[in-house]
Design a protein around this ligand. Sequence first.
Ligand code: RFL
Ligand code: PHB
Length: 394
Amino acid sequence: MRRERTQVAIVGGGPAGLLLGQLLTQAGIDNVILERQSKSAVLRRIRAGVLESHSVDILRASGLRTRMDDLGMPKNGAWIVWQNRPAHFIDIARWTGRQMMAYGQTMLTEDLYAARAAAGSDVLDEAEDVALHGIDGPAPHLTYRRQGQDNRLDCDFVAGCDGFHGPSRPAIPSKLCRVHERSYPFGWLGIMVERPPLPDITYARHAEGFAMASRRTPMLSRYYVQAPISDSPEDWSDDRFWDTLLRRFPPEIAARIETGPSIEKSMAPLRSFVTEPMQYGRLYLAGDAGHIVPPTGAKGLNLAISDVYFLSRGLIAHYAEGTDRLLNGYSAAALRRIWAAQSLSSRLTRLLHVYPDDDAFTSRLVEAEYETLLRSETAQAALAHDYAGLPYLG
Ligand code: RFL
Ligand code: PHB
């Protein structure tokens, strides 16, 4: 078995693991990232599209040369549209003085991989059978297999950035953590198409279900429709997708949507999940390893960024000042934002989707909620603040 040592071992080379690596490297803290997939598989993933201004601030301060300021599109907010009712603009610029940035997770991940390569410490991809050991003691280590070789990586700390299905979260004894979970009977069927997008992110509610329009670049659009959880992308021909999408938008907006052949099609189930606390011994969970939000509200990637910010602060204070106050408070600081985002995402999901067991009473309550939003500047300001994301306190 080959044996190596680092200060922080990072499991998972998605945005959380890569950004943590970047922030630690910037602070002179040695780290190794182990990723199960190949780099090209990670870069093929199409996921998030929207960054909060808080995330943009962190990325700018991280020393990362992203293409975000050239290719990203600053946005003042997002539209909610509803058949036969006025549209509502979630005006975060007006109510919070902030903007958000339309910049795809795929491009951000590319930027982070490029930065890692430039720093001369590539992600160790295609790492198999990563296992965590001794995280409850002073000398944790990981074992893994790569390119036919068994390896042991000794470290001071383990950062579990391995998403919802990785080995880090299950390494916390179940009696020491509490899981909060909600699943939804529907998912988002998403497509990518090489056509100019609508100018703004637009969420649509229709009696038949949710639909939305988003963007990646001036020539690349991303669209989603609510679909039963049992559906797979093969059930959705492009024609069926476009018919459904266009029907769910008010006609004047549907008329502006440019359709075309899809270049990618995928189904994402909706789930709400939080594990508390997100730390145990020398293991710290960050990003989707610790929590999942439904994509309505675009909070998942942003939470991964805020978790990693809090965690990097704790690790930097440990190495630079020898104090563990921030590390000990990591989970509590991260969870404050996580629950705020869970609250926003679940409210927006409820407002915009049709649940199979909705009765007439529930539908009228949802309509009343939308009426309140249209009528009340207080409700508009509250939604805009929540959509813009909590400031980084703690
Ligand atoms: P990731 O991206 O899942 O990365 C985890 C990495 O860990 C690796 N891994 C392992 N590595 C080593 N050993 C093992 N045994 C391992 N097991 C797993 C995985 O291969 C992977 O590379 O988690 P991370 O880094 O925490 O990042 C989280 C975000 O990816 C996620 O929250 C967002 O994509 C969610 N999300 C959105 N978030 C936003 O903020 N704004 C959005 O607009 C937004 N839209 C979305 C979304 C997620 C979606 N899907 C598909 C769920 C839209 C969709 C459709
Ligand atoms: C996306 O562009 O993929 C996107 C945008 C906003 C959301 C979810 C996904 O709320």
